[in-house]
Design a protein around this ligand. Sequence first.
Ligand code: ADP
Ligand code: ADP
Length: 226
Amino acid sequence: MATVTLSAVGKTYAGGVDAVRDVNVDIKDGEFVVLVGPSGCGKSTLLRMVAGLETVTHGEIRIGDRVVNTLDPADRDIAMVFQNYALYPHMSVRDNMAYGLKNRRTPKDEITRRVDEAARMLELAPYLDRKPRALSGGQRQRVAMGRAIVRQPSAFLFDEPLSNLDAKLRVSMRGEIRRLQKRLGTTSLYVTHDQLEAMTLADRLIVLRDGAVEQIGAPLDVYRRP
Ligand code: ADP
Ligand code: ADP
């Protein structure tokens, strides 16, 4: 677990677009913060800067007590869950979940223990030997969650993880993500353009507009405003 601190963070793309402007946010240990706002407001750019997938033009990003601005994604102690799941089609569910750990030279029995535990939490135990193509959309998204969980990161970064699912599954999966996050206590930053999803999940909401923070607060405070 860790805090995530953004101080005066900004991003100007090569073409001159100011995608993110002067964002200041302190995410507390174990807090679930949701970034919401219309398409093009800078949500994905901000998340990708925290992940290390996009360079930071201004300001400072800290995870725990480390400034991570110039660290590789692999050295940031974060795990990201993507909209398109990013699973390897030729690997079993077990191997997909274990992949990041194998490259980190985690002992084999520790990998097995963590994957089995995550599979139990996510009700994936019966599917560990299947390939992703033999799973439903919801199960694939659970595998992507499992892969993030087994890393035991300081923070989870979610990039619209439920956008490819149908409406009913989105509702049940968001409840599941919330319960898992509470149980694990992992600091989380979650991007969505869905207001209801944001309201349901967030301890705190950040509404971005044109790259800047328009509102920040508890969901009811943000949406109660006239
Ligand atoms: P959101 O995730 O809220 O839809 P983005 O972070 O994707 O917003 O985009 C924010 C702004 O930055 C938009 O104006 C978008 O067109 C621009 N943008 C995003 N990626 C790039 C890029 N690689 N190069 C130039 N401009 C970009
Ligand atoms: P390394 O061997 O450097 O630890 P890996 O082979 O584990 O890297 O993973 C390749 C890249 O993908 C690394 O940058 C790693 O951090 C990243 N990666 C793998 N799984 C995830 C995930 N769930 N979330 C974020 N990044 C991930």
